[in-house]
Design a binder for this molecule. Structure first.
Ligand code: FES
Length: 280
C-alpha cells in the first residue's frame, strides 16, 4: 500500500525516507528469481500507452487545426471534446478546444494508482516488474516522496474534477439519442453508451472514490445511514478489484468512439456503407 493510500485510509504515515528503500528484489537491473516471461506485461503496457498517447494527441490536439477533421458528425461528438466548445468560445483556428478539457483527463489518469503502477514499470523501469531488479540510478531518487512525483498524491482532487467530463459524456449520450427532435438508436449511440458506462466504471472504481464513500468513519454499523454507506463502500470495493480492466477498457472505448466520429466526418462511413449504413 502506498503512502497516499494509507493517508486516505486514515492511518498514521511514517516519516518519508529521503531515498527509496532497497526492496527485496535481487540487486542489479533485470535480475530476478522469476522464471516466467515477466517482460511481456510491461512491454505490452508500454506499447499500448504509447499508441494511445500518440493517437489521442494527434486526434484531439492536431485533428482540427492541422488536418481539418471535424469532431462532430451526425450529432455525435468525439469524446475528446464532448461538447462543441470551439464554436461557443470562438477560439483561434490553431487552438484545439480539446485542450480546455483534456488536461483534466491527463491529470486524473496520470495520477491514477493503477496507471502509476503500470507506467512506472513500463516507462521508468521502477522496477521493470514485480520482484525484478531495477536500474541502480533509482536508488538516488525518492520518487513519490519528493517533488515532482509527490504531486501524485493530489489524485483525490483530480477525482473531483473528473466528475465534470463524466457528466459531459452522459449529456453527450442524451444529445446523441435525441437527434433533430426525435429519438434514435444507431451505432454511434451504442458506442457512446458503452463508452459512458466504461468511463463511469473507471471513475467509480477509483481508489480515492472508495475512500470518499467509505473512509473517515470508525463505525459502519452505528446508524442506518452508516450501514447504507457500508453497502455502497462494498459495491465500490467490488468494482475496485477490476479498476485496471476498466482503465484499459475505457481507453479503448474512447478511441473507438473517436475513430467512428472522425470516419463519419470524413465520409468514410456514410448511409451507403454496408450493414451499418442505415443505422448510423
Ligand atoms: Fe485510478 Fe483513481 S485510482 S482513477
Amino acid at each position: 500500500m502506498t503512502a497516499s493510500e494509507q493517508v486516505e485510509q486514515g492511518r498514521r504515515v511514517e516519516p518519508r525516507p529521503s531515498t527509496k528503500p532497497p526492496g527485496s528484489a535481487p540487486r542489479g537491473f533485470g535480475k530476478t528469481l522469476r522464471v516466467d516471461r515477466w517482460i511481456i506485461k510491461p512491454a505490452a503496457i508500454a506499447i499500448g500507452l504509447l499508441l494511445f498517447i500518440v493517437y489521442a494527441t494527434g486526434s484531439s490536439v492536431f485533428g482540427i487545426p492541422y488536418f481539418g477533421v471535424d469532431y462532430v458528425a451526425e450529432g455525435y461528438h468525439s469524446p475528446f471534446f464532448g461538447i462543441d466548445l470551439g464554436g461557443a468560445l470562438r477560439l483561434p483556428a490553431w487552438f484545439s478546444a480539446a485542450i480546455l478539457v483534456l488536461w483534466i483527463q491527463v491529470l486524473f489518469r496520470g495520477t491514477c494508482y493503477y496507471f502509476r503502477g503500470a507506467y512506472y514499470k513500463a516507462f521508468f523501469l521502477d522496477p521493470p516488474a514485480c520482484a525484478v531488479g531495477e536500474p541502480s540510478i533509482h536508488r538516488r531518487f525518492a520518487m513519490e516522496n519528493k517533488f515532482p512525483f509527490i504531486l501524485m498524491n493530489a489524485h483525490r482532487y483530480a477525482l473531483y474534477l473528473a466528475f465534470i467530463p463524466l457528466l459531459v459524456l452522459w449529456w453527450d449520450l442524451v444529445t446523441a439519442v435525441w437527434h433533430h427532435g426525435d429519438p434514435r438508436l444507431g451505432v454511434g449511440v451504442f458506442l457512446i453508451a458503452a463508452d459512458a458506462v466504461l468511463v463511469s466504471l473507471y471513475v467509480f472504481s477509483c481508489h480515492s472514490f472508495r475512500h470518499l464513500v467509505g473512509g473517515g468513519t470508525d463505525c459502519f454499523s452505528c446508524s442506518a445511514s452508516s450501514q447504507r454507506r457500508h453497502g455502497i463502500w462494498q459495491r465500490v470495493s467490488n468494482w475496485n478489484q477490476y479498476h485496471g480492466v476498466f482503465a484499459w477498457a475505457s481507453l479503448f472505448s474512447i478511441i473507438i468512439v473517436d475513430v467512428y466520429v472522425r470516419a463519419l466526418a470524413l465520409d468514410i462511413i456514410n448511409t451507403s456503407t454496408p450493414i451499418i449504413g442505415g443505422f448510423l
